[in-house]
Design a protein around this ligand. Sequence first.
Ligand SMILES: Nc1ncnc2c1ncn2[C@@H]1O[C@H](COP(=O)(O)OP(=O)(O)OP(=O)(O)O)[C@@H](O)[C@H]1O
Length: 369
Amino acid sequence: MIGAPVFIDRIGKAYGSQTAVAEVTLDIPAGEFLSILGPSGSGKTTLLTMIAGFESPSAGRLVIGGRDVTAVSPDRRNIGMVFQRYALFPHLTVAENIAFPLKMRGICKNLRAERVDRTLDLVQLRDYARRYPHELSGGQQQRVAVARAIVFEPPVLLMDEPLGALDKKLRESMQLEIKQLQQRLGATVIYVTHDQEEALTMSDRIAVMAKGQLAQLGTPADIYHNPQSAFVADFIGKMNFLAGEFVGETAGNQTIRLGDDVIIDTPGAAPGFDGPARIGDRVRLALRPERLGLAMRGAGGKNALPGRIETSVFAGCFDLHLVRTDFGNGEIIQVQVPANGTGSPFAAGTLVDVIAERDCLRLFTDAEA
Ligand SMILES: Nc1ncnc2c1ncn2[C@@H]1O[C@H](COP(=O)(O)OP(=O)(O)OP(=O)(O)O)[C@@H](O)[C@H]1O
């Protein structure tokens, strides 16, 4: 199987006066794993169903493998699909379910058996070929659904929250399986999810959607470390936000004030920052919990945010401290530090400095909030 490039060219969809998808353009190279990530109602499923051909776009065109398929019916697009509800045929065995798309395509019996066998091996279900769907676990049923989607070797695979119904552990192992399978097959995968961890783990690139529009497109690392808006910063990973005021710029550093007297150096503002900040502008400082440090009050060095420990909890491989700031409106900052195995040295009420190193910070305009 070789993947095909998918070019989504200014595609839009309106239902009456409601815009579900507004002019989205995505150029997806062959073999890429692209996730479409966004909150509920952001247009992910609508975009995917237009690629599948179940909905026709109100605007734009869709090109798969160099062929304009905007007006081509779903069954002629040669796309494999997996949805959240497995939709296996209950009266067919696992092998018969997987053979179904081949039968529909008029593939002869011998070749069908050979392909089904090979696919059963790929999804590691050889021993389950004669079982019926109700005799399988959720994860096994989902593997059958994946097998049925890939058995005819489509160059493009669409997946809409395919693991949504599985528990966390199973979901994580299926994520790795799907990713490995995709790498082995070379198919182009477009994967819809609202689970940001899933998107970060599996994708070559992530398209973050908000209100029917593309909010940001980039590699997981890019989206995580360089969010271009407060929305993306907030949606991907955990993020603390503090409101502040821009007080000046020296040698490329933005200096902001939090509360009455806490001065913090931040790096250049995010690309989405609305032009150069002016003195007095309201800004939002974004701080990732795992990039912050903690010290006793007075020991935090230059970019220190004074506060007091509200609660500390053990969370497996890290300790999570909730620190109430001693400035502004007394917001809570989450600070995540590697667990040292001896329990937290900070009792509730301890006066601390949250260490916020300059390079770990991002700055956004308040208007985007
Ligand atoms: N058939 C329809 N008729 C009218 N409005 C629709 C229709 N389908 C979707 N919408 C609207 O379009 C918007 C986008 O919906 P869509 O299902 O694409 O979002 P989503 O990001 O997939 O959400 P979720 O994660 O909840 O599935 C929503 O506001 C939804 O109410």
